[in-house]
Structures are given as C-alpha cells and as structure tokens.
Write a protein that binds this ligand. Structure first.
Ligand SMILES: Cc1cc2nc3c(=O)[nH]c(=O)nc-3n(C[C@H](O)[C@H](O)[C@H](O)COP(=O)(O)OP(=O)(O)OC[C@H]3O[C@@H](n4cnc5c(N)ncnc54)[C@H](O)[C@@H]3O)c2cc1C
Length: 516
C-alpha cells in the first residue's frame, strides 16, 4: 500500500525510516517545519508496536494500552496547527488498574488522593507517611527528569556534566525499588510503586530511581485509553502527515542508508529502489540502524562491539486472545489487571540477569472490551496477557519453537486459577508473540521489547543521540534514543529531534509567492 500527494517542487526532502509512534511524530514535526516527508515502513499499517491486528472480529492492540501524559500528544498536534481532541477520544480510567497477589490481597491504583491513601492504609497503615514522601520524591523527579532533561537535546557531554550534581542530589544512582523500599516497608507497596520501569523495559532493581516519576505522571495526568486503541492515534498521525503533503510508503523495507560526500543522502530499499533526501530520520531501532542500515559506514561510537556490550530491555511473551459469551462473566475484572507471581526480585533476576525462562510468571492483563465493546464481536471479549521474559541474547537462550505452546498453557492455567475461571472453554481466537516475533516483525535487536534498557549509564547523553554521532544528516527517534521508550518517551524523542533538524529550505517559487 503506498499513497502519494506530491510535495511542492524544491522543498527540502526528509525520509523517515519506520512508522512507529516516534517516526510518525518526527514526520509530523518535520512536515510542520516545511519538509516534504516520506515515511517508509515494512509493515502494512502505521504504528509499529502501537498497531493492531484484527482476527475473527477481535481487534488486538499489539502494544501500548495505557496512555499517560496526553499533553505530549496535544503539544504535538498543536505544533502542526491541529487539535488532538478533535481526532482522538481519550477515556480516563478509574480505577487505573488493579494489582492482585497470590495471597488474595489486592491494591487498586487510582487518581484520587484520598482513595489512594485509604488503599495504602488498608494494606499497611504504618507506611502512609512514607508513601506521602514517595509521592513528593516522584514529583521532584518528574520536574527534573521529564520536564527538563526529557524535553531537551542531550547530545553534548557538557549538558550531562551540568546536571550531574542534581543527579547526585536526587540519588539517581539508586534503583526505583531501592527508593520505594526506603520509603515503604510492606513488600506489596514496594512492588506497587516500583514495577513501572517494566513498562519501558527496565529492571526495577537496577533502573535509576528517576523513574519513580511515573507515579507522579499517573497521579497528575491520569491513565487513559484511546478509543479505537493506540492504532487510532497512529492512524490520526498518518492522516496529519498526508494532510501536510507527506507520503506513507508501507510494505517497503529500507536496506541501507546511503551516504554521499560524508552525509546521509537517502535510502536504498530492499529490491534496489533508491530514494534521495536532504535529511534522513531513523525510527528503526537504534541498534538496527547502526549495525544494519549503516553497515558499510565506519562507526566511532556505535560499533557492533559496543552494541553487543549494551544491555537490552527484556523480551515479551504476549498472548492475544478473543473469547465468546463472556461479556457477563468475570465482572470483577476491569480494563487493566496485574496478577503477581510468587517471586519479585528473583524472578526479575531470571529475566534480566540469568536469562532463564522461569516456571512462575507475573502477568499484565488487558481487557479493552470493558471500555470499548467494539473491539470484540457481540457478547465476547478481547484480551491480551503479557509476561516479561528474557531477550534472545542470553547464553543458552530459550528455545521458543519448543517453549511457546507450553508457556501459553501455563499462562492459561494461571489465568484460570487467579483471574478468569472457566477461560479455556471460551477462547475462540488466539495469537502469540514471542521475542522472536519482535525480532522478525519490528527488526528489534535480540527481540527486545523496548530497545536499550534505561539504566543510568544508558540514558540521556549515554543513549544513542537524536542527532547521529556517526553521520551528518542522519537523525534518530524512537525507544532506543533520548529520552526513551513508552508512548510519552518516543513522542518526546521527536520533540527533541525537531529542535536539532534545521528548518527546511523554502522553495524559490514559495518565496516569490510570499513576496507578491
Ligand atoms: C506489548 C507492549 C506493551 C506496551 N505498553 C505500553 C503502554 O501501555 N504505554 C506506553 O506508553 N508504552 C507502552 N509500550 C511501549 C511503546 O509501545 C513503545 O516504546 C513505542 O511504541 C515504540 O515506538 P518507536 O517509535 O520506538 O517505534 P516502533 O513501534 O518500534 O516502530 C518502529 C518501526 O520501524 C519499522 N522498521 C524497522 N526497521 C525498518 C526498516 N529497515 N525498514 C522499514 N521499516 C523498518 C518497524 O516495522 C516498526 O514499524 C508497550 C510496548 C509493547 C511492545
């Protein structure tokens, strides 16, 4: 599928490799700067991890389900002279999600302060004061980590050096879990306020405590669901790009970034077609960009060896399934649930450090049909269940050809016992993604779910820069770049990138028209 509107002759041309949310946001921002933009993606629809597959009348949102910080999307639309809320309906979630432990205890996360304090006090009255302090810490980290560092370029070492004292003061060297544990004693509360890095591919026991800011994001701006799924956001982004005169070339894979006189000059597609551009943006994974798309270029920083030493986020096992005749069942199961397994620290170690597929699992369960019945045929439900698993780069890695089905069976048993009794009799559609699917579908190195892990020495200046260190004229957006993964993160990568790309040259004809 390929669409064309044609740009004004003479306008500076930009090619964006990848129609993930970071690539689409970059294309919108470059379109607003006057570039004639072509977005190229190997998939059949825009959105990357944020796209969907419809099977047997069930629409499976493949990746992001939780939209936080909608202001980031509103700012992006506004930069293009558009109104986000005219294109997308966001439904605030209340509650945000429910966490269920093996001993039967639960915790309901909400936006309302009094309700949250009552929840904390219900589990552990002695932790109320520590919880309040944790929220204050989270807010401080939000202002520094999200609003300041996260919204500006971090490609100059001096930018990093300037903020080091603040990092030290905020104890950025400590992990999110260590920080939560320093404020609250109850292990369930420590879990509830430290697991969030998993949503962006980080190990809660090793990722910097700056990520405690997520607790503030949720509380301040809410947790939302985009009607139509995140796919609807991606489609609306594609429409803005087309309205700007941009082109989306889907079903086409970039084989190489071309170089002319030391600058990025365009791309070659698999099949040999060559497209020229003044500016190239890669939203393909930063690892793929450097090791594959720039394979013929001598690289100083992001060499193959360096990328091999990089710590990658965990992989994901996702079971998407549709059910029939269940709309009146499981009435206590809402839109988002987290079903916690018996172990936390050791389980995380199995995933990130030992690279071992554990017998136990902790699950995130998405049931969008609660909010948006159109995702399933009448009377049915649409679900996905996600389990963090090791990526493909560990020694003695998981043999997914052999393990995928037994793992799904184990998941089914856990779901029947802990959340959805009688489930197996109602499953009508089924689709499984393993880390191998992530590798093959998104060209994600090691099948990682969220690109480079957001450890402190792999964040900000240490992450692949939004303006390439290797090649003038090349820019990078998406989860593997600054500020990082997650919908707000990758939308942020495009905001930073747009500050670094020069304004488009205005075609002479336009200058004449403006003068007349
Ligand atoms: C299961 C799951 C659940 C998630 N849940 C949430 C959530 O609830 N909230 C949240 O905020 N975030 C969530 N995330 C994270 C978030 O979805 C991602 O961080 C974000 O969508 C990644 O966007 P990206 O711009 O990096 O691009 P990607 O989505 O990685 O897209 C990159 C695109 O580039 C294309 N591409 C790559 N190489 C080439 C090539 N050579 N030629 C052509 N095209 C190429 C790929 O086909 C792909 O479409 C989730 C992620 C997953 C996987």
């Amino acid at each position: 599928m390929s669409e064309s509107k044609g740009a004004s002759p003479g306008a500076s041309r930009a090619i964006v490799i990848g129609a993930g949310l970071g690539g689409l946001a970059s294309a919108m921002r470059l379109g607003a700067k006057g570039y004639a933009v072509t977005v190229i993606d190997r998939l059949d629809r825009p959105g990357g991890r944020g796209s969907s597959i419809t099977q047997g009348g069930h629409r499976f949102d493949l990746g992001p389900t939780i939209v936080t910080v909608p202001q980031g999307l509103r700012d992006l639309w506004a930069a293009c002279g558009r109104d986000f809320d005219r294109d997308i309906t966001l439904r605030p979630m209340d509650p945000f999600y429910e966490i269920r432990w093996q001993d039967g205890s639960t915790f309901t996360m909400r936006g309302d302060d009094a309700a949250m304090e009552a929840e904390v006090a219900r589990l552990s009255p002695g932790d109320l004061e520590g919880y309040r302090k944790f929220l204050r810490d989270a807010e401080t980290r939000y202002w520094f980590g999200y609003e300041d560092l996260g919204r500006r370029p971090m490609h100059k070492l001096w930018d990093l050096v300037k903020v080091l004292p603040k990092f030290a003061w905020l104890r950025a060297d400590r992990s999110v879990h260590a920080h939560a544990a320093g404020r609250m004693r109850d292990p369930r509360l420590r879990f509830a306020f430290s697991f969030h890095p998993l949503f962006i591919g980080g190990d809660p026991f090793r990722v910097t405590s700056m990520y405690a800011l997520v607790s503030h994001l949720e509380r301040a701006f809410g947790v939302h669901y985009a009607m139509g799924g995140v796919q609807a956001i991606a489609q609306a982004m594609a429409q803005v790009i087309r309205d700007q005169g941009g082109v989306l070339k889907m079903g086409a894979e970039v084989d190489e970034i071309t170089v002319d006189r030391g600058r990025a000059s365009g791309v070659t597609l698999k099949g040999g077609e060559r497209l020229d551009a003044d500016v190239v943006v890669s939203n393909a994974d930063a690892g793929h960009t450097y090791t594959r798309l720039l394979r013929h270029q001598t690289r100083r920083r992001w060499t193959d060896a360096r990328l091999k030493r990089t710590r990658w986020s965990m992989g994901l096992y996702v079971w998407y399934f549709g059910t029939h005749g269940t709309r009146d069942m499981w009435r206590d199961v809402g839109h988002h649930s987290i079903v916690v397994g018996p172990r936390y620290r050791e389980h995380i170690k199995d995933i990130f450090i030992r690279g071992k597929l554990a017998d136990d699992m902790s699950l995130y369960v998405h049931r969008p049909s609660v909010t948006d019945p159109s995702v399933a045929p009448t009377g049915g439900d649409t679900f996905y269940v996600l389990s963090p698993v090791p990526h493909l780069g560990h020694d003695n890695g998981v043999d997914w050809a052999a393990q995928a089905e037994p793992y799904r069976q184990k998941m089914l048993t856990m779901l029947e016992e802990r959340l959805l009794p009688g489930l197996s009799a109602h499953v009508s559609e089924s689709l499984v993604f393993t880390p191998e699917t992530f590798r093959d579908r998104y060209l994600s190195p090691l099948g990682a779910g969220f690109s480079i892990e957001p450890r402190i020495l792999q964040s900000a200046w240490f992450r692949p820069h939004n303006v390439s260190e290797e090649l003038p004229g090349l820019y990078l957006a998406g989860a593997g770049t600054h500020p990082g993964a997650g919908v707000p993160g990758v939308i942020g990568t495009a905001e930073v990138l747009a500050r670094l790309v020069p304004d488009a040259a205005v075609p002479r004809a336009h200058l004449r028209m403006a003068a007349e």
